[in-house]
Ligand binder design. Structure first.
Ligand SMILES: Nc1ncnc2c1ncn2[C@@H]1O[C@H](COP(=O)(O)OP(=O)(O)OP(=O)(O)O)[C@@H](O)[C@H]1O
Ligand SMILES: [Mg+2]
Length: 235
């Protein structure tokens, strides 16, 4: 279970959720996404994807802000016969104490950050919120680890962008695989799951772009899986 949180708006939280959901579906997992954003970005995405035939029955999206509803649904998932199941929580900008309950049930917190925009400071603030959360709960070890994913790196990064990436690597718990800026992610936003769009298109070039994006998200998901396992062993 991964909570995608960064108080910075537009840094790529919902994009990461759509990408990870796509990668998990492509490898055969089941996926549940809790959309806690009042604009229902992920819930709306699922509706469009279903209309276009780019959805998969193993994925479901639940729109709710209610921690009790999330807990009840999680209990139901844990009671199902054993299977691989990725649970994602998409949040709105502004990590706050209202999210504590939900965060504490997760196995990892992930924040996308764009290099070279105003994201750095707000991502740092989100890291500080994470540290403070450890102080607020009875057992600091019950707070899941935090990882940063660099998002929307251009194919030919400028000097400023490269500097920003170095700064992130030097000061944040960042995973090795960055997410590139890709048209494919915009397409996913408007059309559905990456693998399903690819399987429904006949244009070879577009198929290749979608495959590259899917492989990228699969690599990110594998690194996040590893982070969750390391964390579990440490506890
Ligand atoms: N790697 C990427 N490549 C191309 N476009 C991207 C990428 N990441 C994000 N975008 C685009 O940037 C915009 C903002 O991204 P997104 O909606 O994922 O951010 P968010 O953090 O969920 O925003 P909010 O805080 O408003 O919920 C969207 O139009 C999305 O398609
Ligand atoms: Mg969003």
């Amino acid at each position: 279970m991964i909570a995608v949180i960064n108080r910075k708006g537009g840094c790529g939280k919902s994009t990461l959720v759509r990408g990870l959901a796509s990668a998990a579906i492509a490898r055969g997992d089941r996926v549940t996404v809790f959309d806690t954003d009042s604009s229902q970005s992920i819930y709306g995405w699922m509706k469009v994807a279903k209309q276009l035939g780019n959805w998969n029955d193993r994925a479901e999206v639940i729109h709710t802000y209610d921690p009790a509803e999330i807990t009840a649904k999680l209990d139901a998932i844990y009671n199902e016969p054993e299977h691989d199941h990725l649970v994602l929580i998409d949040t709105f900008g502004g990590a706050s104490e209202a999210l504590d309950d939900v965060v504490l049930q997760s196995h990892l917190i992930v924040a996308p950050v764009r290099p070279g925009r105003g994201d750095y400071t707000e991502t740092m603030e989100t890291l500080i919120w994470h540290e403070r959360l450890k102080g607020r709960v009875n057992n600091a070890q019950s707070v899941p680890d935090y990882r940063v994913v660099i998002n929307a790196v251009s194919a030919d990064p400028s000097a400023t962008e490269r500097q920003a990436i170095e700064q992130i690597f030097g000061s944040m718990p960042v995973i090795e695989e960055p997410i590139m800026e890709r048209k494919a992610y915009k397409q996913v936003d408007g059309e559905g799951l990456l693998g399903e769009i690819r399987d429904n298109t006949r244009k070879g070039i577009i198929q290749n772009h979608l495959t590259n994006a899917l492989e990228e998200m699969d690599a990110v998901l594998q690194l996040l899986d590893e982070a969750m396992l390391t964390d579990a062993e440490a506890v």
